[in-house]
Design a protein around this ligand. Structure first.
Ligand code: CUA
Length: 188
C-alpha cells in the first residue's frame, strides 16, 4: 500500500487535503461576498435594477405615459413625486428636471431606441433603461442640491454627451412652480 514515491512527487493525500482547504476557502469567500450584498441591500437601500414592467417602445411618442406632455415631475395625490423621463439617442427628455426635497421621488424611465442607463452620483439611483421596459427607481433627497445625471451605458457615438440635469429644490419652492418651470434649466 504505502509505496515509496519518487522525489518531487506529492502524495495524493496531501494533494486532496490542500484542494479541500482551498475549496473551503473559496466557498467562504463567496458566502462572505453574498452576505455583503444582502447586508448592504437591506441597510443601504440598494436594490436590483428596476421592475419588470413592459411598454411598447414603438408608440411611446404617440400614446400613454411617456408622451411629451406627460414628461417631467408630477406630484401624486399622496404628496410623493413621480418623474417621467424618456431616454433616446442622445438625450434625456426633459433635459432639466426639478424635484422637491424631503419628498419620496419615483423615477420612471424608458428608452425609445437602444439600451441607456442613468445614475445620480451619491444616491441609490442607478439603473439601466432598456427599450420595451420601464425602469423605476425610488429615492428621497434630504437636501436641495444639483445633480448631473449621465447616461452610463454605452449607446452609440453620442453617448458621452448624453446627460440630464437634476435640480433638487426646497419643497415649498417646488409647489409654486408651473409645469414649464419644472422642466426648465433656468434659475431655481
Ligand atoms: Cu445613452 Cu449612453
Amino acid at each position: 500500500m504505502a509505496q515509496t514515491l519518487a522525489d518531487g512527487v506529492v502524495p495524493h493525500e496531501v494533494v486532496d487535503r490542500t484542494e479541500n482547504r482551498w475549496v473551503t476557502a473559496m466557498a467562504l469567500m463567496l458566502l462572505i461576498m453574498l452576505a455583503i450584498v444582502v447586508v448592504t441591500a437591506i441597510t443601504g437601500a440598494l436594490h436590483p435594477a428596476s421592475n419588470v414592467e413592459v411598454v411598447d417602445a414603438r408608440t411611446l411618442h404617440l400614446q400613454g405615459e411617456f408622451v411629451e406632455s406627460n414628461l417631467g415631475t408630477t406630484i401624486e395625490p399622496d404628496g410623493s413625486a413621480t418623474v417621467r423621463v424618456l431616454a433616446e439617442q442622445y438625450a434625456f427628455a426633459p433635459h432639466c428636471i426639478k424635484v422637491p426635497a424631503d419628498t419620496p421621488v419615483r423615477f420612471r424611465l424608458t428608452s425609445a431606441d437602444v439600451v441607456h442607463g442613468f445614475i445620480l452620483p451619491d444616491t441609490n439611483v442607478n439603473s439601466m433603461v432598456v427599450p420595451g421596459f420601464v425602469a423605476e427607481v425610488r429615492t428621497k433627497f434630504a437636501q436641495p442640491g444639483e445633480y448631473t445625471m449621465p447616461c452610463h451605458e454605452y449607446c452609440g457615438f453620442g453617448h458621452h454627451g448624453m446627460w440630464a440635469h437634476v435640480s433638487v429644490v426646497p419643497k415649498e419652492q417646488f409647489a409654486g412652480k408651473t409645469p414649464l418651470e419644472r422642466t426648465s434649466c433656468a434659475g431655481h
